[in-house]
Design a protein around this ligand. Structure first.
Ligand code: C2E
Ligand code: CA
Ligand code: CA
Length: 942
């Protein structure tokens, strides 16, 4: 190591004599020399000399220098020491350096090796990259600033273009890319490329379409990296069309499976072993009103559905028992509160990859099934328990199912099993047009009809059969439901009912309905030129009286006897009917009886009724009025014939008892008249058409006025008088007799008041209809009229016919008592025609007997009539009653009657019924002549 001191060097280089230079070898020597020099120089110099000052300064400097040198020397020594140390260290360092250099050499060698290896590796990488770049199936492109710098061959193939079309550009194929939904994806691709972050990777799936190629699906991966200080993006385009197709196929599969699962009407739920739901279908969701998202991942407990499915353990247990698919029934309540029954099947499966196990449960809502089953059970019980026979038939009528009721109807003597029989065979009936009926039922038109089982012509059983197509029928295998009712009893009772409906209970004879039917039938035959008929209506005379007086049981018995007698006389060929009451009717066919034979029978019949009937010691006489009409002479219509017979019968009645009348067209007038009366009488009452005429009564002995009888007259609008016999019966039938009776009494009472005022005081007889007697207000009405008019009851005699009197004896006794009490006299009119017994006469409060006009008519020439008149007179007078003979037309009669003891005479001989005004004139005339003439006339005859 070189070490030098520049100051030192300069000192040494100070100018000196060679001597000095030659002899100074060390510092001490030098210093000695300097001191010597100084001592020399000091001795030669004084203080006034300038060189002496210089010298002094020099000496000081030299001292200073010496000090410095000393210090330097010390320093030098230190340095030397250090230098030595350094030298040592340097030596060591050199040794070390040598070692380091060695190592460096080695490092350098290994670095060189390494670089070689690295270069090799880089080359490998490059090769690898190139290989990957070229060999990959994907299109690989390198972009910088959206410009393609490089691309592999695949790019050209996949994008179907030339390299020049790509390099240096943004490939057009990217521009035309489309997204999944068909919208353009070019911008997206470009922006993705531009915005991708350092070292970022981004992937897009788009549809690419080169000019020529079909569109294909590609997955484009962008990855950014830095190379030589600038940003590059590697774009890898992979054709994923196949994958897309696969995915689409998978999706389709998945959707298909989902659709299947969701189309299953049963609920499906799949649970993992931790109870989590991993799959539910639509049926599950809608049944529990839950959406799929809520359901999946949750367990049934959390969802509140633990009741709906059995626990998974149950499935495991079942599987362990080797009975995995057994259905379990569970009853639960839905969120809407409905009670449901579900049939649940559970099974398990394991994921093939993970081995994870799942429980799959299907739940079927069987509530409706159960309801249906219940209904079916009910229907079956109805089927079994029905009293109607029910059978299910094949299309050909074979029985394939039958309920017990049907079986019980089936004939015991079936030769083959029921299920091999046809319906008609089974019931052993002949059903008319059975196959047509089956066809009708099969075509949807139910059929029903009656079928009867007969044995030896007798009806044994009757069935009502209805056939209808089963609504459950399949097209090919249609079934017919047969309902079979055993209507034997019904039929029998209907026959009986029909018989009853067609017959009269009392006599067992056909009734009016039957009569009309039969007549209609026979008239029909007559129409075809078959029958000539005679139709008769028969009405008993005086039956009502007999019925009332003997009692109804006796009356019934009488009717039976009458029926027998008619049938007996007329013969069994005569169709006899009873219409009710005392009305009978008969049909004679000309083929059985000629007209002559018929007339002979009628005569016999009338004769037969002259004979009395005997019931319980009672001798009963009833007459028969007969109306006759002929078919086809009078009519060819059943209704008209019946009306004709009725009219003729009325005519017979009106002509007196026990008569027979053949229909004459004029008789119709009578009927018309009745009709007219019926319609006009009411107005007549208020229009003043009703008048009262008075017929005088005189004492037989003196010819003095005894009184008069008030007789009603209807002066119709044409000025004609209609006789009471024509309208009183109609008034009685229509109830108009009540206002009519009241009106007559009122007119009479007014008249009586006037006469009394004028000094004429006849005792006025007023006729009372039996209907009036039965009227509750009869007495009150009489009283009211008296009060209103001021007339007195004692001025009047009320005439009540004998028959009316006998109608209801007890009540009439009561009424007569009341009338008497009021002051009225009471006369029994038409006496001798009825059946009043003497005991009754005693109990009735009466004052007068009026002998019936028929006896008076014949009194002079008929001994019987005379005898009757005589006995009535003696009876009456014996009872203290006055006896009136009415209908006295001749002097002869008058004399005879007077002689017989009649108290009072009435008749045309004395005076006809006349209006009140004429009555006064008559009275005047009568009174003038009566006493004289009466005496003369009577005397002359006596
Ligand atoms: P009746 O009560 O027997 O009345 C007597 C009938 O004989 C009267 O007939 C009278 O005109 C008639 N007559 C009287 N003298 C003779 C005679 O010498 N020869 C003939 N051939 N006949 C004579 P009229 O007025 O036609 O009355 C008939 C019947 O009508 C009455 O019979 C009576 O039953 C009824 N009648 C009349 N006026 C009334 C009335 O105001 N009320 C009721 N309920 N019935 C009445
Ligand atoms: Ca009378
Ligand atoms: Ca009379």
């Amino acid at each position: 190591m070189k070490h030098s001191d520049p100051q030192l060097t300069r000192l040494s280089e100070l100018p000196s004599s060679d001597h000095h230079r030659a002899s100074v070898n060390s510092t001490e020597e030098l210093w000695t020399r300097v001191e010597q020099l100084l001592a020399v120089a000091g001795g030669q110099a004084d203080s006034s000399n300038p060189s002496s000052v210089l010298f002094e300064n020099l000496a000081k400097s030299i001292d200073r220098l010496r000090e410095l040198l000393n210090e330097r020397d010390r320093e030098l020594a230190r340095l030397t020491e250090r230098s030595e140390l350094l030298a040592c260290a340097q030596a060591e360092a050199i040794v070390y350096s040598a070692e380091v250099i060695d190592e460096l050499e080695q490092v350098k060698q290994s670095l060189s090796d390494a670089r070689g290896a690295a270069e090799e590796a880089a080359k490998d990488n490059q090769r690898l990259a190139d290989t990957i770049f070229e060999r990959t199936n994907d299109a690989v492109m390198l972009f910088e600033d959206s410009i393609c710098l490089a691309c592999n061959d695949n790019t050209l193939r996949i994008l179907n273009c030339e390299r020049e079309q790509i390099l240096g550009t943004w490939p057009a194929v990217f521009e035309n890319a489309k997204k999944e939904d068909g919208s353009p994806a070019g911008t997206l691709l470009r922006s993705t490329l531009e915005s991708i972050r350092q070292d970022g990777v981004c992937q897009l799936e788009v549809q690419l379409k080169s000019d020529l190629h079909q569109a294909f699906w590609s997955e484009i991966t962008f990855s950014r990296f830095c190379m030589r200080g600038s940003t590059h993006v590697l774009v890898v385009v992979r054709d994923i069309t196949a994958r897309k197709h696969f995915e689409a196929e998978l999706r389709r599969h998945r959707d298909f499976l989902n659709n299947i699962i969701n189309a299953v009407p049963d609920q499906i739920c799949v649970r993992a072993l931790d109870q989590r739901l991993v799959l539910v279908n639509d049926a599950f969701c809608s049944a529990h009103a839950i959406d799929r998202e809520t359901a999946l991942g949750n367990d049934l407990n959390t969802l509140g559905l633990s009741d709906c499915f059995p626990p998974i353990e149950m499935a495991q247990e079942q599987i362990s028992k080797g009975d995995p698919c057994k259905a379990i029934e569970r009853t639960f309540t839905t969120t809407t509160g409905e009670h449901k029954i579900a049939s649940i099947k559970q099974t398990m499966f394991a994921d093939q990859d993970t081995g994870e196990r799942f429980a799959i449960a299907t739940s079927r809502d069987i509530t409706d099934d159960r309801d249906r089953e219940e209904r079916m059970r009910l229907l079956a019980s109805v089927f079994k328990g029905a009293s109607e026979g029910v059978a299910i038939l094949t299309q050909t009528g074979g029985v394939c199912e039958a309920n017990p009721a049907f079986v019980s109807m089936v004939n015991d003597h079936l030769t083959k099993p029921l299920l091999q029989c046809r319906l008609d065979e089974a019931l052993r009936v002949e059903i008319e047009g059975f196959s047509d009926a089956l066809q009708s039922a099969l075509s949807g038109n139910p059929w029903s009809g009656k079928a009867s089982v007969r044995s030896n012509g007798w009806l044994v059983r009757s069935f009502w059969i209805s056939l209808s197509l089963s609504s459950e029928s399949q097209k090919q295998d249609r079934r017919i439901i047969a309902l079979v009712s055993d209507i034997t009893e019904l039929e029998n009772s209907q026959v009986e009912l029909r018989r009853q409906a067609m017959h009269d209970n009392l006599t067992g004879l056909p009734n009016r309905v039957y009569f009309r039917d039969n007549l209609t039938r026979l008239v029909g035959l007559a129409d075809q030129g078959g029958c000539e008929l005679t139709v008769c209506f028969l009405d008993l005379d005086d039956f009502k009286h007999a019925n009332d007086s003997l009692g109804h049981a006796c009356g019934d018995q009488l009717l039976r006897l009458v029926a027998e007698r008619i049938q007996m006389v007329m013969g069994k060929e005569t169709f006899l009917a009873r219409f009710g009451g005392d009305e009978f009717a008969l049909i004679l066919q000309r083929r059985h009886y000629s007209i002559e034979a018929q007339n002979a029978r009628f005569d016999q019949l009338q004769l037969a009724f002259h004979e009395a009937f005997y019931i319980d010691d009672n001798e009963i006489h009833v007459g028969l009025s007969i109306g006759v009409t002929h078919c086809p002479d009078d009519s060819r219509d059943a209704g008209t014939l019946m009306r004709n017979a009725d009219i003729a019968m009325y005519a017979a009645k009106n002509s007196g008892k026990n008569a027979i009348r053949h229909f004459q067209p004029e008789m119709q007038n009578q009927v018309d008249l009745r009709h007219r009366v019926q319609t006009n009488l009411r107005d007549a009452l208020s229009d003043g058409e009703i008048e009262v005429h008075y017929q005088p009564k005189v004492f037989a002995s003196t010819g003095q006025l005894a009184g008069c009888e008030a007789l009603v007259r209807w002066r119709t609008s044409d000025g004609r008088y209609m006789p009471p016999n024509e309208f009183i019966p109609v008034a009685e039938q229509t109830g108009l007799i009540f206002p009519l009776g009241e009106l007559v009494f009122e007119i009479t009472a007014d008249q009586a008041v006037q006469w009394h005022a004028a000094g004429i005081v006849p005792h006025i007889a007023v006729n009372v209809s039996p209907h009036q007697l039965r009227q509750k207000r009869f007495i009150d009405n009489l009283q009211n009229t008296l009060t209103r008019t001021g007339a007195l009851a004692k001025w009047f005699e009320l005439e009540i016919t004998e028959n009316a009197m006998m109608d209801d004896v007890e009540q009439n006794v009561r009424i007569l008592k009341q009338l008497s009490a009021m002051g009225f006299s009471v006369a029994i009119d038409d006496f001798g025609t009825g059946y009043s017994s003497l005991s009754y006469l005693k109990s009735f409060k009466i004052h007068t007997l009026k002998i019936d006009i028929s006896f008076i008519r014949d009194v002079t020439h008929d001994r019987q009539s005379a005898a009757i008149v005589r006995s009535i007179t003696s009876l009456g007078t014996g009872l203290g009653l006055s006896v009136v003979a009415e209908g006295v037309e001749t002097l002869e009669q008058a004399i005879l009657l007077e002689s017989m003891g009649c108290t009072i005479l009435q008749g045309y001989f004395i005076g006809k019924p006349m209006p009140a005004l004429q009555f006064r004139d008559w009275l005047d005339r009568w009174q003038k002549q009566s006493s004289l003439e009466h005496a003369l006339e009577l005397g002359a005859h006596i």
